[in-house]
Design a protein around this ligand. Structure first.
Ligand SMILES: [Zn+2]
Length: 218
């Protein structure tokens, strides 16, 4: 392997890949990261997770076949991404886990036990779409959190640098991700996750210090 290996997992990590993609990579639909290092790369059909439909491949072969997966390097465990071919963009998601599934329940309990902040890592946070999408274009802008707010009801809003002035702009387009996934994607917010409801923070640049916004008495 060259020194330019773009992924966090080791190059020979086994990945499950929908067999249809071997013939037609254009059928790429999604990537799911399991709770360890494993990835599943799927097409747009629903299959049983069996050998007839999925092949186990080395990650380096997956990168050769589907170079756009490199944009997902560092995808946090338990997250998924849908491939939007038209926009050459990955749309991140926090997959629903089956309620009745014992493994899923155990995983949720483990995540909750590790969570040191108020609330739950599974709580839905509102996140601006600049932070929930990853462009696979070579000149894609960097993604970073500019503004975060813990609303009075305890829910979170995270806004990226694609929005010029989140405090003035009321129509920020948002999607939802689990709070724990936001913290894994954007570790720079972790120091603020003990904020009280009503607290708002922002920063001037992706490497700048956080500043707490004080309400102007309205
Ligand atoms: Zn290999």
């Amino acid at each position: 392997m060259s020194e330019d290996w773009p992924m966090e997992q080791e190059a020979h990590t086994a990945v499950l890949v929908a067999r249809s993609l071997l013939d037609d990579p254009g059928k790429l639909d999604h990537v799911l990261a399991d709770d360890e290092d494993g990835w599943l790369v799927g097409d747009d059909a629903e299959h049983d997770l069996d050998e007839e439909h999925y092949a186990s491949m080395c990650l380096h072969d997956v990168v050769d076949l589907l170079p756009q997966v490199t944009a997902l390097a560092g995808l946090p465990a338990g997250m998924g991404a849908i491939w939007d071919a038209e926009r050459t963009t990955w749309v991140l998601l926090s997959p629903d886990e089956p309620d009745g599934d014992a493994d899923a329940r155990e995983y949720r309990e483990a995540r909750l036990a590790e969570w040191v902040h108020p609330g739950s890592p599974m709580a839905e946070a509102n996140v601006s779409v600049g932070l929930t999408e990853i462009s696979a274009a070579a000149d894609a802008p960097a993604r970073a959190v500019r503004y975060l707010s813990r609303e009075d009801d305890g829910t979170w809003l995270f806004v990226g640098f694609e929005v010029p002035d989140p405090d003035e702009q009321s129509d920020v387009e948002v999607d939802t991700l689990e709070l724990g996934h936001v913290a894994a994607l954007y570790p720079e917010v972790v120091e603020l996750l003990d904020a009280e409801p009503g607290e708002v923070f922002y920063r001037e640049a992706p490497d700048a210090e956080w500043i707490q916004m004080i309400e102007d008495g309205k």
